[in-house]
Design a protein around this ligand. Structure first.
Ligand code: BGC
Length: 470
């Protein structure tokens, strides 16, 4: 049993589903650029068309209705609304598209949760330094104000930035996401810092100008695995697990929910490694100054993207290079009993979600939590009767129920990733996370419900009818 107003949702992101990459005046984003560079994405695929939600939105709406969702999480394409990234040049046809999506959702009794930024920076802003430039925070704030002003009469749940960790690490350290930089051990911390500044500015703008009238809530979506010591009796492993969580969840959650600053463990690990490598100059982890917006308290709820868990031990061999990996000094291993679903990184560990929720409650001051992403992927031969994914949703949602009932975590909602199969970033269309299958081989791009979609719909409906009996 979940609370009566529990949000039952599914999530998507603009670049992964919309297509229409040049339609009606949209500007290019860094993913449009990245996908055109040979060898970046599986089979050099791209999101030019993807699920074509830009033209086929009604099909998405039918899927949302078929599932009986109470909430739908989508993201706005910054470059569709503001082609050069600035509010001096507004693309009205982009505004019309999102107005229709939002209005149709509300007319179907589905509440939108809207993400402002899900990995797709306007290329024009990347050309000015992107997230590495401190100027990006004010540009993001202007974009956020434009969105609050334009859509905030109807949108009450906002996510400023999706997974700053992933943007910083995969985009600027590992180079496997746009913009494809490998500026190890330096750029990711600068990017993360600017993302926090951008998020905080937008939150403050909402509070000072829109909150009283629009009465919505704003947060950022923080991704984290659950980390536990490889040997729970070993102090080094315990410390390694603490470092892993500090460098992932803590990197963004500590400044926003706990201290206004990065976790001590993270600061000291980075500075100690700099010393070891004879790196002189200011710390590679930037510090907040009095010129920055106040970061502490800039979230009205905790938005958690959870996929998997890891067992952790120290790396042991000390690497003499600048990198996040050597700063963190952990080796992450998978428990052999955890099944892998589709992609190699995704070990199925539903209990990890419960543990992470309890950790959030205990360390971050018991915030209201929305699980804004959680899902299971398929690779290879397609199974419409996706029995394992059905099991996955059942056991995961039952862990969430335990977190609510037994651990007293204030979970307000659950969003499955994803409504439908879509463009899975560097994996292109080879990895499918949908509750609906999308036939990418056919121009109609039909959506067909998987068995797991049917099971999720049943769970939602059972829960809703249980509530009406309460
Ligand atoms: C992202 C999604 C992505 C999913 C599965 C999350 O990191 O927010 O865009 O598709 O994970 O990889």
């Amino acid at each position: 049993m979940f609370p009566p107003d529990f949000a039952w949702g599914a999530a998507t992101a603009a670049y992964q589903i919309e297509g229409g990459w040049q339609a009606d005046g949209k500007g290019p984003s860094i993913w449009d650029t990245f996908c055109r560079e040979k060898g970046r994405v599986f089979e050099d695929q791209n999101g030019d068309l993807a699920c074509n939600s830009y033209e086929l939105w009604e099909k998405d709406l039918a899927c949302i209705q078929q599932l009986g969702l109470t909430h739908y999480r989508l993201s706005l394409s910054w470059a569709r609304l503001l082609p050069d990234g600035t509010s001096q040049n507004v693309n009205q046809r982009g505004v019309q598209y999102y107005n229709k999506v939002i209005d149709d959702l509300l007319a179907s009794d589905v509440s939108p949760m809207v993400t402002l930024y899900h990995f797709d920076l306007p290329q024009a802003l990347q050309d000015q330094g992107g997230w590495k430039s401190p100027d990006i925070a004010a540009l993001f704030d202007n974009y956020a104000k434009f969105c609050f002003q334009t859509f905030g009469d109807r949108v009450k749940l906002w996510i400023t930035i999706n997974e700053p960790y992933v943007c910083a690490k995969l985009g600027h350290e590992d180079g496997i996401h746009a913009p494809g930089l490998k500026d190890k051990g330096i750029a990711p911390y600068v990017v993360g810092h600017n993302m926090l500044r951008a998020h905080a500015m937008a939150w403050h703008s909402y509070s000072s100008t829109y909150r009283a009238k629009q009465k919505g809530a704003v947060s950022l979506a923080i991704n984290s695995d659950w980390f536990e010591p490889l040997d729970p009796g070993c102090n080094e492993d315990i410390a390694a697990a603490q470092r892993a969580i500090a460098f992932t969840l803590g990197w963004f959650a500590w400044p926003v929910f706990v201290t206004g600053d990065y976790p001590e463990v993270m600061k000291s690990a980075i500075d100690a490694q700099s010393d070891k490598l004879g790196y002189n100059g200011t710390s590679r982890l930037p510090r907040f100054s009095s010129d920055d917006p106040t970061i502490l308290g800039t979230a009205d709820f905790f938005a958690l993207n959870y996929y998997t868990s890891r067992k952790v031990t120290p790396r042991g061999s000390c690497e003499h290079t600048l990198s996040m990996k050597s700063d963190q000094d952990t080796e992450e291993v998978l428990d052999p009993s955890w099944p892998i679903c589709g992609v190699s990184w995704l070990a199925v560990v539903p209990y990890g979600l419960r543990k992470l929720l309890k950790y959030i409650k205990d360390t971050l001051g018991n915030p209201a939590v929305y699980i804004t992403e959680n899902g299971f992927s398929q690779v290879g031969p397609l199974q419409m009767k996706d029995v394992q994914r059905c099991e996955f949703y059942k056991s995961t949602i039952s862990e969430v129920a335990k977190a609510v009932q037994e651990d007293g975590v204030n979970v307000r909602g659950y969003f499955a990733w994803s409504l439908m199969d879509n463009f899975e970033w560097a994996d292109g269309f080879s990895v499918r996370f949908g509750l609906f299958h999308v036939d990418f081989s056919d121009a109609a791009l039909d959506r067909t419900i998987y068995q797991s979609g049917q099971e999720y719909a049943k769970m939602i409906s059972k829960n809703k009818s249980g509530q009406s009996k309460m």
